[in-house]
Design a protein around this ligand. Sequence first.
Ligand SMILES: Cc1cc2nc3c(=O)[nH]c(=O)nc-3n(C[C@H](O)[C@H](O)[C@H](O)COP(=O)(O)OP(=O)(O)OC[C@H]3O[C@@H](n4cnc5c(N)ncnc54)[C@H](O)[C@@H]3O)c2cc1C
Length: 513
Amino acid sequence: MQDVTVLPHGVSKGNFLKAITEFREIVGPEYVKTDDEHIIQYTKIMVPDDEAKHTPSGILAPASVEEIQRILAVCNKYKVPVWTISTGRNLGYGSAAPATRGQMVLDLRRMNKIIEVDAELCYALVEPGVTYKQLYDYIHERNLPLWLSMPLPSAIAGPVGNTLDRGVGYTPYGEHFLFSCGMEVILANGELLRTGMGGIPNSNTWQVFKWGYGPYLDGIFTQSNFGIVTKMGFWLMPKPPVYKPFGVQFDNEADIVKIIDTIRPLRIANVIPSPVWVSHGLWDVAVMNKRADVYGKPGRMPDDVAEALIRKQGIGIWNVFTALMGTEEQVAVNWKMVEGAFKALGGKILVEEDVGDDPVFQYRKSMFSGTPTLREFGMYNWRGGGGSQWFAPVAQARGSETLKQMKMCKQTLDEYGIDYTAVFIVGWRDMHHVVDLLYDRTDPEEMRKAHDCYAKLLRQFAAEGYGIYRTSIAFMDEVADTFGPVKKDVNRRIKRALDPNGILSPGKSGIHI
Ligand SMILES: Cc1cc2nc3c(=O)[nH]c(=O)nc-3n(C[C@H](O)[C@H](O)[C@H](O)COP(=O)(O)OP(=O)(O)OC[C@H]3O[C@@H](n4cnc5c(N)ncnc54)[C@H](O)[C@@H]3O)c2cc1C
């Protein structure tokens, strides 16, 4: 019998050991772990919270739908909760660790079949353990004229987990949940639900028509704990004949207002088909440098110091990046409009013909065409110590919002001595204002400050009417509170109806029974 370090809440040791024995019979002993050595790999978090609050009771790695159904029968019998991960790279949001201590992590990495890629209708159907890299290789080995959209940790993360947490990528299909089509979900009682057209036996439209009949259910299985998704379909983009990535640099912080007001109409009209990345220069400086090498003092880096550093690196105070695509004629027409608009603002336009193989340009070119890279991880050398918590409020895509949100952020970051490393990502009508709170996780005082800083930002932004698009295991209850008691109560009522024993990912998105 293996060691037991952490018991699930309210479960006796005797019952837990019985559950473990039954889990082993289902998946085989090598796929059930409760010892420290294995648990520790699932407890490594970047977010500012005590690991002890998120330590799992063990790990379960099933290989099939049928094994999960049998696991859930055992979970219901002994009230042992499972925290589902697909590829488990939710970095800066909790990685693979559960929202609350004492859950079995249900690691679906072994379920990694690419079930179907249809190059005519341009869709894929995959299992949860499939990574973006795996799918990318599959498409390229077969020379299929298709593009993927992926988040920055592309190579190591996967479409099912990313989409279920409502993550984003950088091609025109970058709003990933919008482009998902059809899910297979195991409910807490073991029933298998296929959403959309998947309920019709032998349907061949599951991956081409999202809505099915009656209430559209897919949304309730994202950022939630109402089911375990075991298959997900999503649309792939046809590879465009012409791809024209470009950047524009701006030299003043206040330029952000006109930048966003210029992008908005071009983006809403789809003249620019992709999301638009507008990073503050300090973000790019942080990716390329260690803070201690360029600035030795504690406290938030003052704006004048940051601006001098940014200029020294030859980048903009704001760095726009996005891409046009289509036929040669389409790109030419749209480029005329886009180039004209950015020239009128006085930005420095960067196109491949001029910058050649500049590594930053080439990296962003890959990112905007769905090619796996991991360059952005350079961020974690800035402070060192592996601490990161994303603060990501949503804003209207209006210039005036940027200055307001930036000012609010900087005031609070000043209090806690954290740098403003941030990017505005313009979706369509919205922006995700993504601020990476970078801190040294090995220093308890820095961790406390990062934690309190996030909590204060959250309260302040909510008081001004702003919500965030996603959060980490450290703040799920607090964020749920910002969306109001009725939303919370509806979530709880759905949870009680679908999972009366509360065995699926308790605490996810602040949802408890
Ligand atoms: C430098 C850096 C850059 C980043 N950039 C981006 C970015 O551009 N865009 C972005 O979106 N994110 C980004 N991230 C955050 C994160 O790493 C990615 O979103 C990543 O894709 C999430 O991990 P995953 O795909 O392995 O999902 P997982 O960790 O497997 O899943 C995420 C969550 O979804 C739920 N879930 C997963 N699988 C299931 C299932 N089968 N059934 C039910 N619920 C499930 C769970 O609650 C889980 O915690 C970045 C992180 C870093 C460190």
